[in-house]
Design a protein around this ligand. Structure first.
Ligand code: GAR
Length: 218
């Protein structure tokens, strides 16, 4: 089976979608080899444990603590890069065929991206916006604000390859989400998450299948 590593930071509803679909027609012949979270209290870690998936908590704090008296930008950058380098090492031990960022809220540097890509392992990300529209964290709230101001009528969800430039890697698939009729932010979040759960599974399936036919990496 194709080996999937999932990176998370929070609730893990998208991880749950992958768990429920693994090794079914939606995501045939697959196994989740590990879930890694940068947050100890991420509910997604519980979901993984309950489903017999190995977990690792990999937090940034020990890296930041190396520079207790120096909060300068440069030291912070060093901590991030050391964190990313170790993240790559721990992930590569499992020999995954794909790394899926499902609500992983850290920006990945080349310290992570290069060693993983050099091992021909594609890295994909789920993002709650159409490609090139809203970038970074808090996209659902930002879309909602613009909707309330009458500046926006739709948003969307995409799955894309991860590159160093945030949320700008090549798109794998995306779907528009109509905002019309949404009365609360929670309602919009519900609509978006509903779309996400389908898209992250289908995006993962496509990249896994590409890998099987040898088009990916090699
Ligand atoms: C999802 O909405 C995902 O698109 C978003 O985090 C949420 C995770 O939910 N990711 C980003 O904003 C990445 N820039 P989940 O923990 O329930 O899967």
């Amino acid at each position: 089976p194709a080996r999937i590593t999932v990176l998370i930071s929070g609730t893990g509803s998208n991880l749950q979608a992958i768990i429920d679909s693994r090794n079914t027609a939606a995501l045939p012949n697959t196994v989740i080899v590990r879930v890694v979270s940068d947050r100890k209290d991420a509910y997604g870690l519980k979901r993984a444990e309950e489903n017999g998936v190995p977990t690792t908590y990999h937090g940034i704090l020990p890296y930041k603590k190396k520079y207790p008296d120096d909060s300068s930008e440069k030291k912070f950058e060093e901590a991030r890069r050391a964190y990313d380098s170790d993240l790559a090492k721990l992930i590569l031990i499992d020999r995954p065929d794909i790394v899926v960022c499902a609500g992983f809220m850290r920006i990945l540097t080349t310290e992570f991206l290069n060693p993983v890509k050099e091992s021909s392992i594609p890295i994909i990300n789920l993002h709650p916006s159409l490609h090139g529209d809203l970038i970074g964290a808090g996209c659902i709230k930002r879309a909602w604000k613009e909707f309330e101001e009458g500046k926006r009528k739709k948003t969307g969800v995409m799955v894309h390859y991860v590159i160093a430039e945030v949320d700008m890697g090549e798109m794998i698939l995306q779907q528009e989400v109509e905002m019309e009729g949404c009365v609360t932010l929670e309602e919009l979040e519900g609509r978006i998450h509903g779309v996400e759960h389908g898209l992250i599974v289908e995006g993962t399936r496509r990249v896994v299948e590409k890998g099987r036919t040898g088009k990916e990496g090699a």
